[in-house]
Ligand binder design. Sequence first.
Ligand SMILES: [Zn+2]
Length: 213
Amino acid sequence: MSPTSLSDEFFMREALSLAQAAGCLGEVPVGAVVVKDGVIVGRGFNAPIGEHDPTAHAEVVALRDAARNLGNYRLTGCDLYVTIEPCLMCTGAIFHARIRRVVYGARDAKTGVAGSVTDLYAEEKLNHHAEIVGGVLAEECGGAVSAFFAERRKAGRAARKANKARYAAAAAGLPLADEAPAPGLVLCERSQTVEIIETIELTPLPCTGSDPE
Ligand SMILES: [Zn+2]
C-alpha cells in the first residue's frame, strides 16, 4: 500500500459528494471517480435500483463514464477513488480496465474483496492487479452508509407501526383511514381478511443536502 496524500482526500471528497447524490435517490450512498493526470475523467454513483441494473455500482458507472470520455476501454494510468471497499464484480471491472491504483474509504465486511471477505488484489493467480489503498476519509465514507441504513430502519419501524394501527382498526371492524400505506409497506384486504404485506419497494428519502446525521 502506498501512503495517502492530500490529493487522495480531495478526490475522495468528490466521490463522497457523488455518494450523497446516490443517497438522495434512495440508493445506498456509494460514489466513485476516475482520475487521470490529476483530472477527473469519470464519475459514478450507486444506481442499481433506479437504473434497474444490478451492475450499476458506483465503480462500474465511473469506469464506463471514463472509458467513454477517453475513447478507450483500457484506462491505463488511471486511478479510481471509491467511498467503500470494492466488491467482487467491481474488482473484476477494475482489473479489466487496467486501473493503476484504487483508493477506497471504508471497509465493507460483507462484500469487500480488498482484504475484508477476501483479497483479490493480492491474488497472484490473476493476471492483473491494481495497487490498493484503503482508509481514506473512512469515517465519513462509512458514516454515510451507516446513517442511510439507520434512517431506513427508522422509516421501516414507523411504517410498520402505522400499518399495525390500521390492521387493528380493520380487525375491529372500524373503517380504515383514507391515507395511503406508509412507504415500503402495503396493506391489502382480501376477502374477509386483512393482510400486511411487506415489500422491498425503495422510496427515496428526503435529501437535506447535508450530513444525514
Ligand atoms: Zn461493486
